[in-house]
Design a protein around this ligand. Structure first.
Ligand SMILES: [Mg+2]
Length: 231
């Protein structure tokens, strides 16, 4: 068989999809009336994500969002009483990307716990910088996480190890509530303590929806999705 594969122009980049398979210029024996456009198969998607994480694009996207958040914080904090900022932890303050890469994106619960206990999650630099600037400006910073209280010590230890060392409070998941509801409840508590949450930063919409902050900022997360209603 001497097949030549004619790739369509936009998929040359992926070196994968093909429009027509021809033999000596003639179509092969299949119906080409409608050939569905292929979506990326899993290996390609994984490669795209790996590239996104490793080629600097991921960090640049984070930087862009953090810059917007910082601009908002600087212009707002003097206008409110007791300004505070809320940060999510995973894929916001700390990166677990290495865990997902090491496990070829198949992270079991056991692997996740082992990773958390090893405290190998690293600071997401632009967020750490924002954290330090906020602290130096006298703005309180609270962490609101979907992690459960059983992981309290290792979580605090990992945060401190990575430079988030003098935060003003941390709220873990309420086991009775969904991730989203639990985070809304935590922000409500912070507001109840007399603070104005001027910015809330997270990598999931479930970090941001539900109010009790002046503005939310959404970071990218190519690794996983956490719905508001996740129990
Ligand atoms: Mg997160």
């Amino acid at each position: 068989m001497n097949l030549s594969i004619v790739e369509d122009s936009h998929s040359l980049f992926l070196n994968h999809k093909f429009q027509n398979v021809s033999k000596n210029g003639k179509m092969l024996d299949f119906d080409d009336t409608y050939i569905p456009e292929e979506i990326d198969e899993l290996g390609l998607l994984k490669n795209k994500i790996i590239n996104y994480l490793n080629n600097g694009e991921y960090e640049r996207d984070i930087e862009k969002v953090v810059k917007l958040a910082m601009k908002h914080i600087v212009t707002t904090y003097k206008e409110v009483n007791n300004p505070a900022v809320v940060l999510d932890i995973d894929e916001t303050a700390l990166s677990n990307a290495q865990l997902h890469l090491e496990n070829n994106f198949n992270v079991t619960y056991e692997k996740l716990i082992e990773w958390r206990y090893s405290q190998k999650a690293v600071a997401i630099k632009p967020v750490l910088e924002l954290y330090k600037i906020c602290k130096s400006m006298g703005i309180k910073v609270f962490f609101v996480t979907g992690r459960k209280k059983v992981d309290k010590d290792i979580t605090i230890s990992n945060l401190k190890k990575e430079g988030f060392d003098n935060f003003d409070g941390i709220f873990f998941r309420d086991p009775e509530l969904s991730v989203g509801e639990s985070k809304v409840k935590a922000r409500k508590e912070i507001v109840g303590m007399g603070y104005t949450i001027i910015a809330n930063i997270g990598d999931q919409l479930s970090d941001l929806l539900g109010g009790y902050s002046l503005k939310g900022f959404k970071l990218p997360n190519p690794l996983y999705y956490v719905s508001f209603n996740k129990k």
